[in-house]
Design a protein around this ligand. Structure first.
Ligand SMILES: [Zn+2]
Length: 398
């Protein structure tokens, strides 16, 4: 019969151990070295090495490939006292990890020696349960969920596009959702604007939206901006947000938002719908094209009827607004390939998606190298950028 002591010694013979000084040195000297904490969640929450990847020993085999895909990554494994990390290091060797050491003495010794550590932010048990399907995705995980909870997204419009976008962003745990809308709920909205319902008819849309979102997820702080978006307030409204989800339906507002977002360097997730067709893209300031690169000037009004005039199938904004929520989350998490420099076009009748490359326009009057200083002002129907010293005459657009 093998005793625990025999098993530990046998495992120890197959791995490399370093003391805390050696561990600190490899973490300092090699930037790609990963500290791997294999303690239980309650131990980890009390304090851990800065930047450590946390995988409790019991989940090590199933989670390590997702968290540390490159098997040549230098790993410093630690637990509380240096025993569990021996077995963890042995397992990692068996899984093909080639550069693994176990830190003798563990976190307790590290802490007793006065070495630096951090107290990690962790999710509450309720949050762990609510976001469990996110936590299962190594690409999101607890770190990603914290990012979402810290994120601030501003929705322009609580209408057809804003409704599904807001619902999914709130459900995903985006911690702050600002909503700009000055309308009231009308019964003709309910065919597509699923934030609202019959009890809310006549109510401010921002208030109705807030009730729906808070009922869905109390983690979310909904900031209601019951104002008309204009040149006088756009800068203040968008300030401090990480991403803007644009659900507006008119050209002057889109140009206004574009120019202000370039100034503040806030990415805009754009969506638009028309009858049975929708489009979505992401404008990342000075990284990809901006709205003016894509649409240098608005079409004449008779060629650009609004939803109210042209009609729209109610499900369509649901699809495009959901894509906007997805893109906003990808931007927040730095996940995959957001639609930067690509325009996604959806045709509901064909049930087809196509993407088109969109390049930055070197002549762009807003983001091009020769563009003048951006001045935010109300736009007329031509929506041209204002020169620095503009004699802004009558400025009541819309
Ligand atoms: Zn541009």
């Amino acid at each position: 019969m093998t005793s625990f002591r025999d098993l530990l010694n046998a495992a120890r013979a197959t791995i490399r151990e370093v003391d805390t000084t050696g561990a600190a040195r490899s973490l300092d000297e090699r930037r790609d070295t990963v500290a791997l904490d294999v303690r239980e969640a309650d131990e980890y929450e009390q304090g851990a090495l800065a930047g450590a990847v946390h995988i409790p020993r019991g989940h090590l085999e199933s989670h390590i490939e997702g968290r540390v895909p490159d098997r040549s990554t230098p790993l410093v494994v630690y637990c509380a006292g240096g025993t569990r990390s021996v077995f963890a290091a042995q397992t990692l060797g068996a899984l093909g990890y080639t550069d693994v050491v176990s830190m003798a003495g563990g976190f307790n010794q590290w802490k007793n020696e006065g070495r630096p550590f951090v107290t990690p932010r962790t999710l509450s048990p309720e949050q762990r349960n609510r976001y469990h399907r996110h936590l299962l995705l190594p690409e999101v995980g607890e770190v990603g969920q914290q990012k979402l909870l810290d994120a601030k997204v501003l929705l322009l419009g609580a209408g057809g596009l804003g409704s599904p976008a807001a619902l999914y962003l709130a459900a995903a745990g985006v911690g702050t959702i600002g909503i700009v809308d000055m309308d009231v709920v009308d019964d003709s909205n309910l065919q597509r604007q699923i934030l609202h319902n019959v009890d809310r008819i006549g109510e401010r849309k921002v208030d109705s939206a807030k009730k729906t979102l808070v009922a869905l997820n109390p983690d979310v702080n909904v900031v209601a901006h019951d104002v008309r978006l204009g040149a006088d307030n756009v800068g203040d409204l968008i300030d401090g947000y990480d991403v803007i989800v644009d659900g507006t339906d008119n050209f002057p507002t889109r140009y206004l938002v574009n120019d202000a977002s370039l100034l503040k360097r806030i990415p805009v997730v754009h969506g638009s719908i028309f009858r049975f067709e929708g489009q979505a893209t992401v404008f990342a300031p000075y990284v990809g094209p901006c709205y003016r690169c894509l649409i240098p000037e608005p079409p004449p009004p008779e060629l650009a009827p609004s939803c109210a005039e042209a009609g729209v199938l109610g499900v369509l904004p649901g699809i495009v607004g959901s894509i906007q929520a997805m893109e906003a989350i990808k931007v927040i998490l730095g996940l995959g390939e957001p639609l930067i420099g690509r325009l996604l076009a959806y045709d509901a009748l064909e049930e087809s998606f196509r993407t088109f490359r969109v390049n930055r326009d070197p002549e762009c009057p807003a983001c091009g190298p020769d563009a003048g200083e951006i001045v935010i002002a109300e736009y007329d129907q031509y929506c041209m950028p204002h020169p620095k010293v503009a004699g802004t005459g009558g400025s009541s657009a819309n």
